[in-house]
Ligand binder design. Structure first.
Ligand code: GLV
Ligand code: GLV
Length: 322
């Protein structure tokens, strides 16, 4: 039996599967571990399951010590991992891709539609008791059907998101480092450069990983290049967008609206953001469905069980160590 630490309570089924084979300790608090707690709790473990809120760097890897074979992230994004530090120490890192593609793509659509049709804003208005009856000019929003959808990032989630545009007869343009023949075949998406993506998108949704090269992919200059009628959607990672620049752009109507699942300094919001009516904000819940969170747990646990059994994990992010 190996000793596994889990940095936050996860759905029960995957934890039960883990407990059938190994000793498991779990953070008992309904909050992320502090840095001190993390450094203390990983000590001497054989495997650790982590969250995107846990920064796993050389210091944490050294605190875990040489027995530790794997850090398994309960997330597809793994910008919380120092991959080079783990690879240098021979520690396997894994994530939970694929199982959350559909939930995340659907959530991006929910934000897009909610921003376009001003759902939270008008709901707040109605609940406040101010509605005096139907009006021809009340709360006009943006049409989605037949408009141009821009997709930044043609990976699994971006492709699932783009495929759903067919329901709205949209023209789909996309940008990534490489064209995606798959995306072009399945939804007739057109590969464009970043300038064209910004200029032509009525709705622009971000599905890029957070890397040094993608930090502030959208800043003041990019916002200024977008249509004043455009809506920006971000379900990727907060730092893809310069949030201060976005607050200014939304306030000054440089773009029309935004739908955000992720924020630059979670859980803090840039001052001014929460006071704007033309932004829909939700607390990083894109993968938060019962089925998806269960599947993410199973993926993380399968990775740990494989590695502890001396087998390669299913979804390794640093295969150089295998
Ligand atoms: C969530 O943000 C994830 O990366 O899984
Ligand atoms: C709106 O309710 C309409 O009937 O046009």
């Amino acid at each position: 039996m190996a000793n596994v630490y889990v940095t936050r309570m996860l759905p029960q089924e995957p934890l039960d599967a883990l407990r059938r084979c190994h000793d498991v300790d779990i953070n008992p608090h309904d909050r992320p571990l502090t840095r001190e707690e993390l450094l203390r709790e990983v000590r001497g473990r054989d495997a650790v399951i982590t969250l995107l809120t846990d920064t796993i760097d050389g210091e944490v890897l050294d605190a875990a010590g040489p027995r530790c074979r794997i850090f398994a992230n309960y997330a597809v994004g793994y910008n919380n991992f120092d991959v080079d530090a783990a690879t240098a120490r021979g520690v396997i890192l894994t994530n939970t891709p694929k199982v959350l593609d559909e939930a995340t793509a659907t959530h991006a659509w929910a934000l897009l539609l909610a921003a376009a049709r001003r759902i939270p804003e008008t709901e707040r208005f109605l609940r406040s008791g101010q509605w005096a009856g139907w009006g021809p000019l009340q709360f006009l929003g943006r049409d989605v059907d037949h408009m141009t959808l821009g997709v930044a990032g043609a990976g699994r989630i971006g492709s699932k998101f783009a495929a759903k545009a067919a329901a709205f007869d949209m023209r789909v343009i996309y940008h990534d480092l490489q064209p995606s023949p798959e995306l072009e075949r399945t939804c007739g998406a057109i590969f464009v450069d970043k300038a064209t993506l910004l200029r032509e998108s009525d709705f622009l949704s971000l599905h890029l990983p957070l890397l040094p090269a993608t930090r502030h992919f959208i800043g003041a200059a990019e916002l200024a290049a977008m249509k004043p009628t455009a809506v920006l959607v971000n379900t990727g990672r907060g730092p893809l967008v310069d949030e201060e620049a976005l607050v200014a752009a939304l306030r000054d109507k440089v773009i029309w609206g935004a739908g955000l699942d992720v924020f630059e300094n979670e859980p803090r919001l840039t001052p001014g953001l929460a006071g704007l009516e033309n932004v829909v904000i939700v607390p990083h819940t894109a993968s938060a469905t019962f089925r998806t969170r269960l599947a993410m747990g199973m993926t993380a646990v399968d990775n740990v069980l494989s590695v502890l059994a001396g087998k390669p994990p299913q979804t390794c992010v640093n295969p150089a160590v295998l």
